[in-house]
Design a protein around this ligand. Structure first.
Ligand code: AMP
Length: 190
């Protein structure tokens, strides 16, 4: 099973991905984390993308596509990936389908966590005290939320059309969301 966890910054994608990864023996593939590692390791790519990430914009589709192909093509992760933070644009969604086709895989479910801007601001400020991410401050959080609003609708429609989209109330508590997600996954696993 491959799945996508979708939603604005602060929706709980990372928290829920870790939980699902553990429970169903899947691999959490967070493009945000991969990109932050590039910056931390001071790679050439890292120096190119740090100002984009820290301004709350999206890095180019090509950059993230190159990063994820390494995992999709790796047999250890075959049919075991949680895409956390990817795709974020319609062209990324199409690209993901192409890549999955190439390696004889598909997406089985898309979980969309819905949360409003006030909750996002609150959660990101909380997270800032724990993770100290450069893009976790109120101004950039708002920017990232707006970026999400601009680019997410075509992605959501894309997965609605293919009947893969399930919307989960991301305002609920962590364990409540856990159980809702588990039952959605159990339903498709049969
Ligand atoms: P995240 O950890 O998912 O909140 O991502 C942090 C930042 O990394 C985003 O604000 C973007 O700048 C960048 N990023 C992560 N995933 C993607 C993606 N799929 N496409 C473009 N940029 C991304």
């Amino acid at each position: 099973m491959n799945l996508i966890i979708f939603g604005p910054p602060g929706a709980g994608k990372g928290t829920q991905s870790k939980y699902i990864a553990n429970k169903y023996n899947l691999y959490q593939l967070s493009t945000g984390e991969l990109l932050r590692n590039e910056i931390k390791n001071k790679t050439e790519l890292g120096s190119k993308i740090s100002s984009i990430i820290n301004s709350g914009e999206l890095v180019s589709d090509e950059i993230v596509s190159n990063l994820i192909e390494k995992f999709i093509s790796n047999n250890n992760y075959k049919n075991k990936i949680i895409f956390d933070g990817y795709p974020r644009t319609l062209s990324q969604a199409k690209n993901l389908d192409n890549l999955l086709n190439k390696y004889k895989q598909k997406i089985d479910i898309v979980l969309k966590l819905s949360v409003n801007l006030e909750t996002v601001k609150k959660r990101i400020l909380e997270r800032q005290t724990q993770e100290n991410r450069a893009d976790d401050n109120e101004e950039i959080a708002i920017k990232r939320y707006r970026t999400y609003e601009k680019s997410s609708e075509p992605v959501i429609n894309y997965y609605k059309q293919s009947n893969l989209l399930k919307v989960v109330n991301g305002e609920a508590g962590i364990s409540e969301i856990n159980s809702e997600i588990s039952s959605l996954i159990d339903t498709i696993k049969g």
